[in-house]
Design a protein around this ligand. Structure first.
Ligand SMILES: Nc1nc2c(ncn2[C@@H]2O[C@H](COP(=O)(O)OP(=O)(O)O)[C@@H](O)[C@H]2O)c(=O)[nH]1
Ligand SMILES: [Mg+2]
Length: 358
């Protein structure tokens, strides 16, 4: 019988987790395997879930809190997906979440072991974020979360490899490099992670939960979804391009460090997705840039930035007024993450046998 892998892909906001899950799912599909993915967020209405679903990967969602605080829900969503007989179920934790080795990996090894093989915790790192933080940029809260994530990885993988020539190093970590965009390194990473040769949940992490809660609470979190209806048709690029630019500029003016901001526009059966992962970064576009003008656009907006939630809501609402058309809001959440309270926590690594290859 097929015993599916639960395959965690962690890493900071905007590191490229969802893109990698999509690229790896394509590789698995080419090899005749079925892939599924479970996404996680402090809110609901995720751009990632809608985006991946469009690409034929079965998806599930744990919304409203991180995997560690909703561990039993993570297992029950995985159990539901198991009915579809996937070979691999990727799990993407919230990009601000850490202490996963103790609160997700080892609980999975203990509770999920009969039904699943557990793949090592990959932590994906955007080299641009690393150099920003190494050069004293970014923010202390972001640095705290980022460093803890790396410290507990079973495997550290640098993403967006095609953008840079140099190969950064991390003291004490063996690192790999890949690009989800070109596919370079994706197969090798997948093979290594599924080989059964790596330790799973093997890192003991020292973490002060008060400092962790403070670091997460410094982030403002905004998920908006709605329909924009116009009298005169415009293209998705014309709608969401100026919208994300305006918001990025407005957040910059308030001194808010942008961790990740992404918007998905589904109009007339096609989609356009655009994302920024830093204040100065140009938006990265995926989907159909040449999508034709439409009068009805279904939009999801996710923002994560270092700013108080009331101020983030205020900035977003001001920018929303500048967006043309009538807006029917489906869902609007804006908050700072509450202190993490894991359901389980096994602080010390325990011995476990290799998971076996796919
Ligand atoms: N150039 C480049 N961009 C990438 C790559 N992987 C992801 N991105 C971009 O990085 C941004 C964040 O990616 P996403 O997968 O949503 O990150 P997540 O927040 O970690 O899930 C998006 O704009 C992606 O298009 C890559 O391999 N190369
Ligand atoms: Mg994602």
């Amino acid at each position: 019988m097929n015993v599916p892998f639960l395959f965690p892909v962690g890493g900071f906001l905007g590191a490229g987790k969802t893109s990698l899950i999509l690229a790896a799912s394509r590789v698995l599909q080419e090899r005749g395997f079925k892939a599924a993915a479970i996404f996680n967020d402090q809110g609901s209405e995720l751009v990632d879930t809608a985006h991946v679903l469009r690409h034929g990967v079965f998806t599930g969602e744990v919304a409203g809190a991180c995997f560690c605080c909703r561990f039993s829900q993570l297992l029950s969503v995985a159990d539901q997906l198991r009915a579809l007989e996937p070979h691999v179920i990727f799990i993407e934790p919230v990009g601000s979440c850490t202490d996963l080795a103790a609160t997700v990996m080892r609980p999975l090894l203990s509770d999920g072991r009969a039904r699943y093989r557990i793949a090592p915790l990959t932590v994906l790192v955007d080299p641009a974020r690393l150099s920003e933080l190494r050069n004293g940029g970014g923010d202390a809260s972001l640095r705290f979360l980022f460093e803890k994530q790396i410290a507990e990885a079973d495997l550290v993988v640098f993403s967006k490899f095609e953008l840079r020539e140099e190969r950064p190093t991390l003291p004490g970590s063996v690192v790999r490099f890949l690009s989800s965009k070109t596919g370079q390194g994706v197969r090798a990473w997948l093979d290594e992670a599924l080989s059964g040769a790596l330790t799973v949940g093997g890192a003991a992490l020292e973490i002060d939960y008060e400092a962790y809660a403070r670091a997460e609470a410094a982030l403002g979190w905004l998920n908006w979804s709605g329909t924009v209806e116009l009298d005169e048709a415009i293209s998705p690029a014309e709608l969401i391009g100026p919208w994300i630019d305006g918001l990025q500029a407005a957040l910059g003016q308030r001194g808010a460090v942008v961790a990740h901001m992404k918007v998905l526009d589904q109009a007339g059966g096609v989609y356009l997705k655009t994302a920024v992962t830093a204040n100065e970064a140009d938006p990265v576009i995926e989907g159909d840039l040449m999508a034709p003008p439409e009068t009805v656009h279904v939009v999801r907006f996710n923002v994560r930035a270092v700013i108080g939630a009331p101020e983030l809501r205020d900035v977003f609402e001001r920018e929303l007024e500048r967006v043309p058309g009538r807006k029917a809001v489906h869902s609007f959440q804006c908050f700072s993450p509450s202190p993490p309270r894991p359901e389980r926590r096994y602080p010390a690594p325990f011995f476990q046998a290799a998971s076996g290859s796919i």
